[in-house]
Design a protein around this ligand. Structure first.
Ligand code: NAI
Ligand code: MG
Length: 367
């Protein structure tokens, strides 16, 4: 049977960018990589249809699919809906019910856009790194988590960083597995000099490496030094694995190494299926539903297209196809095609969402 892909276009520009991804998926279907594609609702459009940001039926399809590809959710139309039915609740339920504990944020610099980076061209030319952030543990969820009144006009706020061995083991296993599909190098970041959780993190990453991934090159860095190195010499990294809080910050830093929001893909992975070894996976652009440009044909579809490239690489063992798709994106950018978000304040000619999608398919065809 063909691998299955559940597409959830969502709201705002979500359906617009997803329409371009469909052209790419269909192209791969005609060229030896067929998928069984299903489509369903998530976000505000799902609320309008069923009063829920994602239906139980759609959740079942998401559980069954080999990968889920999501556009974006939300918009001013749904500002007043009940809290539990707000568009973001659909996304949160997907992450929670699929137990997606590993968040993948690549920072890849396309040559033609190197001048968009916050850094000098020579620092980012050819940059291709992947940040693997632990997403379901750490200080965002640890107990106790509270603000108490101390009674003397003072209050005390407590957040607790908690990590268990199994959580560190499974996130580091993801990082090592992905490194094998890339440049085979992992750098783990924590602060073991001041945090017990950093100490355990370091030791569990070491032990996981020794037991199962000794072929991958492993280094460690204190997370603050890591932040500095990401800006000083980002090309030294391949895969970075880190906890929820450090990963939140480091992945935003890394995003600025490459430029526009319209270019940034992401993925969230769960545990491997015991039978097939395949991980539950949700792929989505980093950007939101962009209500300010929705319906105008201005959205950049590349973040969503690159999210599908990540699905090819990390869910479908199709690294060569992912390379080919990324090269097609590189080609259209090198040819000078730009959606409006990729044109600086100086201006310049732009193409529409669908023209960009068509150009990517044409570049695939010519490759
Ligand atoms: P946003 O990412 O939707 O837009 C921020 C700015 O970037 C806007 O000016 C937008 O036009 C531009 N932009 C975003 N994606 C673009 C693309 N592909 N091409 C060209 N320009 C692009 O973030 P914002 O405005 O804060 O949120 C809008 C709505 O999206 C809200 O309802 C928010 O809750 C939701 N949202 C949803 C996310 C998701 O579905 N994962 C993530 C972030 C926000
Ligand atoms: Mg963040």
């Amino acid at each position: 049977a063909n691998p299955t892909l559940l597409i959830l276009p969502g709201d705002g520009i979500g359906p617009e960018v997803m329409a371009e991804v469909r052209k790419v998926v269909d192209w791969f279907g005609r060229n030896g990589r067929p998928f069984d594609v299903d489509e369903d609702l998530v976000g505000g459009c799902a609320y309008d249809a069923h009063g829920q940001a994602i239906s139980d039926a759609a959740m079942e399809r998401a559980q069954a699919a080999d990968a889920v590809l999501l556009g974006a959710v939300g918009g001013p139309k749904w500002d007043k809906v009940p809290y539990d039915a707000r568009p973001e609740a659909g996304l949160l339920r997907l992450r929670k019910d699929l137990e997606l504990f590993a968040n993948l944020r690549p920072a890849k610099c396309f040559d033609a856009l190197a001048d968009f980076s916050s850094l000098k061209r020579e620092l980012v030319e050819g940059l291709d790194i992947l940040i693997v952030r632990e997403l379901t543990g750490g200080v965002y969820f640890g107990e106790p988590k509270q603000i108490t009144d101390l009674g003397n006009g003072q209050k005390r706020a407590v957040d607790t960083q908690v990590y268990d061995t199994f959580e560190i083991e499974r996130i580091s296993a993801v990082a090592f597995e992905l490194a094998r599909l890339r440049d085979n190098r992992v750098c783990s970041m924590e602060k073991r000099n001041v945090m017990k959780s950093g100490l355990l993190w370091h030791d569990v990453v070491e032990a996981t490496h020794a037991a199962r991934f000794a072929d991958v090159q492993l280094t460690h860095m204190l997370a603050d030094a890591g932040g500095m190195q990401l800006v000083r010499a980002p090309k030294q990294f391949d895969v970075i694995v880190t906890d929820n809080l450090f990963g939140d910050m480091l992945s935003d830093v890394a995003a600025m190494l490459t430029g526009s929001l319209g270019m940034l893909p992401s993925a969230s992975l769960g545990a491997p299926d015991p039978k097939t070894g395949r991980r539950k996976a949700l792929y989505e652009p980093v950007h939101g539903s962009a209500p300010d440009i929705a319906g105008q044909g201005k959205a950049n579809p590349i973040a969503c297209v690159l999210s599908f490239a990540m699905a090819l690489r990390y869910s479908f063992d199709a690294g060569a196809e992912a390379d080919r798709l990324e090269a097609a994106v590189e080609k259209v950018l090198a040819d000078g095609l730009r959606t409006a978000d990729l044109v600086g304040p100086g201006g310049g000619a732009t193409v529409s969402t669908s023209e960009m999608g068509d150009a990517i398919v044409a570049a695939l065809e010519a490759s």
